[in-house]
Ligand binder design. Structure first.
Ligand code: PMP
Length: 431
């Protein structure tokens, strides 16, 4: 595969942009190659600067659940564009998206839009602290909640990929207020919450972890979390930046039947434009300025283009049968993927899947938390990534991420991905 133009672009980018990228994992460091630069996308495919075509399983890290350039989303953006791109004043488009979100998520009575997932989680934690008058935040090892200071402690995604425990630049005074405990460990959870109960403002969790690779909550884990936080007056925050509108119209909270106090959203609700949101019970949300004293603001918050793209996306997702069809497709694909792994790499991989998000871990498993996820053979994942990219299959350039199924992927796309996976697994087995 010729990637000459990408190589030239990367060399040029490195002269002007740290690491040549605007988000670290994109640099492909952990998979031992240079990035290719994407020029355009359509439906289930992305195309690089040299014109190579790839079947896309990254889906812009989650947002593109409908595939790229969905006609309804493009039409909504085009129409909105004609009327201007940013006013810094309220618009009816914000109400439209807010209504779609609050009607899909009963636990979200009011919602505030921001411009990224990081802003959503950061603001939700500030609100939980303002509401409770307490300081401490409980998170789970391997979960990623964006790059705000409070979360860069045993975090997932690029933080675990790059093997860094936290980040220089985050003061000790901030670190001491975040306690990170193992995912899916109710005993440690209960002890931690009871020991420190009067200091804990909130627990924040990915209800299905996507950032240590996909890890499902163990049966009863979310219910225990709900019961304990309710008993102790601790705000429960579901970070549904990935799972919101991905697992079902009502997100992981509907999928598992557990309602948090606050919910963070992003990715899908922006239809591929920069959006985040946080919302929840009125009694908590009413503490946000201007109704209350907890401050949060944004020049581009509620941006009309982003609101229009998000609303058009959510309307498509609300079509009857959308999630059922996605589930059937994902289940079929995952079943065949697991069969290939069993055939060529028996006992050497674990496939975790919840709905349309999945990860093949290069470890026997089971993978239930950060400790078991990081037993994966990341060199093997890197070789698999390089194999697949060379054959036109676009996977995340890191083991500790999810692969996403989109509505745009056809039977032929998935068959091609399976054929190339078989080829790659054979190579790995022979290596
Ligand atoms: N929370 C979760 C669960 C995420 O997966 C991410 C991003 N991958 C974020 C928060 C941060 O979102 P953003 O990158 O838009 O700041």
């Amino acid at each position: 595969m010729n990637t000459k133009r990408s190589q030239e672009l990367f060399a040029k980018a490195c002269r002007h942009i740290p690491g040549g990228v605007n988000s670290p994992v994109r640099a492909c460091k952990s998979v031992g190659c240079d990035p290719v630069f994407i020029e355009r996308a359509a439906g289930s495919k992305v195309y690089d600067a040299d014109g190579n075509e790839y079947v896309d399983f990254v889906c812009s890290w989650g947002p593109m659940i409908l595939g790229h350039n969905h006609p309804a989303v493009v039409a909504a953006i085009r129409e909105t564009l004609e009327s201007g791109t940013s006013f810094g004043a309220p618009t009816s488009k914000e109400i439209e998206l807010a209504e779609l979100v609050t009607s899909a998520l009963p636990a979200v009575e009011k919602v505030r839009f921001v411009s990224s997932g990081t802003e959503a989680t950061m603001s939700a934690v500030r609100l939980a602290r303002g509401f409770t008058g307490r300081s401490k935040v409980i998170k789970f090892d391997g979960c990623y909640h964006g790059h705000a200071d409070s979360f860069l402690i045993k975090a997932g995604s690029g933080v675990v990929t790059l093997g860094i425990p936290g980040s220089p630049g985050v003061p000790e005074d901030i670190v001491k207020n975040t306690i990170s405990i193992p995912y899916n460990d109710p005993a440690t959870l209960e002890k931690t919450l009871r020991d420190d109960k009067l200091d804990i403002a909130c627990v924040i969790v990915e209800p299905v972890a996507g950032n240590m690779g996909v890890v499902a909550p163990a049966p009863g884990f979310l219910a225990t979390l709900r019961q304990l936080t309710a008993e102790l007056g601790i705000v429960l925050i579901f970070d549904e930046v990935i799972t919101g509108f991905r697992l079902s119209l009502g997100g992981a909270q509907e999928y598992y039947g557990v309602q948090p106090d606050l919910t963070c959203l992003g990715k899908v609700i922006g239809g591929g434009l920069p959006v985040g949101a946080y919302g929840g019970k009125k009694e908590i949300m009413d503490h946000i300025a201007p109704d209350g004293p907890v401050y949060q603001a944004g020049t581009l918050s509620g941006n009309p283009l982003a609101m229009a793209a998000g609303a058009a996306t959510l309307r498509e997702l609300a079509q009857p049968g959308f999630y059922e069809q996605l589930e059937t497709k994902a289940a079929g694909f995952a079943g065949e993927l697991a069969a290939l792994a069993d055939k060529y790499l028996p006992g050497q991989t674990t496939l975790n899947r919840v709905g349309s998000m999945m990860t093949t871990f290069f470890t026997p498993g089971p993978v239930t938390d950060h400790a078991s996820a990081t037993r994966s053979d990341t060199d093997r994942y890197a070789a698999h990534y390089r194999n697949m990219r060379s054959q036109g299959i676009w996977l995340a350039p890191a083991q500790f991420e999810a692969a996403f199924i989109s509505a745009a992927q056809s039977e032929a796309d998935l068959a091609l991905a399976l054929e190339k996976t078989e080829w790659s697994f054979k190579q790995l087995a022979a290596a």
